[in-house]
Design a protein around this ligand. Structure first.
Ligand code: ADP
Ligand code: ADP
Length: 245
């Protein structure tokens, strides 16, 4: 049974025509994408800039609602959930971005940043909070001393670990990674790839890696979907991708 079932998802934007003041046309950024993401797999989505990856990412993370089609998580169609149910379900799938620092609140300590993620759910006691944050920090390889520090002195890799901890503390089933490794050097990429696989074994996580970087996706994913002009043109096992018998 798939963990996430994406069925014939369409997203159209109304955009002003280039060079005009008041002429609009429709841009079909995602045109009928269908995918099954299986539990505990590393699923890759690749494609050139402008092919619709960011739009698809926002749809998968339910930050945008598709004009057509459905996304079913664990048997529940996201479009049928009430706002209240959606908040609960949201913690099951978390989004990790390219540079989390832009998305993280400034002048907030590392500990607070991770705490906030948990406080939004509102079902944790003050006494529990610190120990759970510490445990999440240890799990992603952030030194305990960083708890009281501001993130401005941290490396991109460490900031990325903060956002991983923020996601993990909500006990997610699916992580959607949108160019999460793209801004990192090779060494840090390798370290995070190791961390992701360790976390996968321990927490039964499923990953969707979205990137323009085919080599990176081939390195980490078992199944890969190739996107072109808003459509999935190929979905194959890593070894069979681009292989015509
Ligand atoms: P990337 O390829 O890194 O996703 P883009 O330049 O395609 O960067 O998009 C950056 C942001 O601007 C995205 O949130 C995207 O949805 C939005 N965007 C892209 N094209 C348009 C457009 N024609 N009109 C309005 N917003 C757009
Ligand atoms: P990618 O992430 O692969 O670069 P995007 O999803 O950002 O692709 O963009 C796909 C297409 O949709 C592009 O033509 C882009 O200009 C358009 N687009 C994306 N977001 C918007 C938006 N908010 N408004 C209008 N057009 C958009």
């Amino acid at each position: 049974v798939p963990l996430m079932k994406v069925e014939d998802v369409v997203r159209t934007y109304r955009a002003r025509k280039r060079g005009t003041f008041n002429t609009y046309s429709n841009v079909q950024a995602v045109r009928g994408v269908t995918l099954d993401i299986m539990p505990c797999e590393n699923f890759g989505i690749v494609g050139e800039s402008g092919c619709g990856k960011s739009t698809l990412t926002r749809l998968l993370a339910w930050l945008e609602v598709p004009d057509n089609g459905s996304i079913v998580l664990n048997g529940t169609s996201l479009g049928t959930l009430s706002p209240r149910e959606l908040i609960r379900t949201r913690s099951e799938f978390q989004l990790l971005l390219q540079d989390p620092y832009n998305a993280l609140p400034p002048r907030t300590t590392v500990g607070r940043m991770i705490e906030e993620s948990l406080l939004i759910r509102g079902n944790v006691t003050r006494a529990d909070l610190r120990s759970r944050v510490m445990a999440a920090m240890a799990e992603v390889g952030l030194a305990a001393e960083l708890y009281d520090q501001l993130p401005n002195a941290l490396s991109t890799g460490e900031r990325q670990r903060i956002s991983i901890a923020r996601a993990l503390i909500l006990d997610p089933k699916l992580l959607i990674l949108d160019e999460t490794l793209s801004a990192l050097d090779q060494r840090e990429q390798s370290r995070l790839i190791d961390l992701f696989s360790k976390l996968q074994e321990k927490n039964d996580l499923t990953y969707v890696f979205i990137s323009h970087d085919l080599a990176m996706v081939r390195r980490v994913c078992t199944r890969i979907a190739v996107m072109y002009l808003g459509e999935m043109v190929e979905i194959a096992d890593n070894r069979e991708l681009f292989f015509d018998p």
